[in-house]
Design a protein around this ligand. Sequence first.
Ligand SMILES: [Fe+2]
Length: 193
Amino acid sequence: MSRPVGFGTHKVGLFNSVGAPGVGMEFSDAGSPPARPDMASESALSPLTLMRRAHRNQLVLCDAIEDIADRLPGNADPIQCLRIAGMLVPLLRGIHRYEEDVIFRSFESLSPDAESSARSIQRLRAEHVEDECLADEITEALLAIGHGDQIRNPEALGYMMRTFFETTRRHVAFEREHILPLLAQAAKSTSAA
Ligand SMILES: [Fe+2]
């Protein structure tokens, strides 16, 4: 079931290429450029807050890609396709690097079960790689649609998009269930100390 996706009210937080907390981007429905990044305020956010934001942003992207998939082959909005094409890979890569460099290390040190957390991290890292590969291919297709090219195999493209948003939603759900509670608990203990 598709839902209309507008970007007017969504903040899409990005992380920069070195994995540090990056910028918040706000997209207007008219497709205007992102608002000026507020680096100072975002760099002050905790890993827990950034992780929650990263999850929300990934789910917004999933909704947007689902919306495009539902409109294939002939009704996808070219401007929306170009907008998603421009942010999909950088957003995912930034989030994945931040998780791998910062969040997973915290998770490993906080987890009471080292073996299980190591297994989870290995799996999550592998999913990051798969998601980035899919995102590369989806980006190429979105650029083609955005530039008015004919979609040669809409069924295959729709399947690829659905695989992406379904696996990404499952990935986010797993991290929310298994990683965020430990980060939240640690943040609570730190603030109580
Ligand atoms: Fe992740």
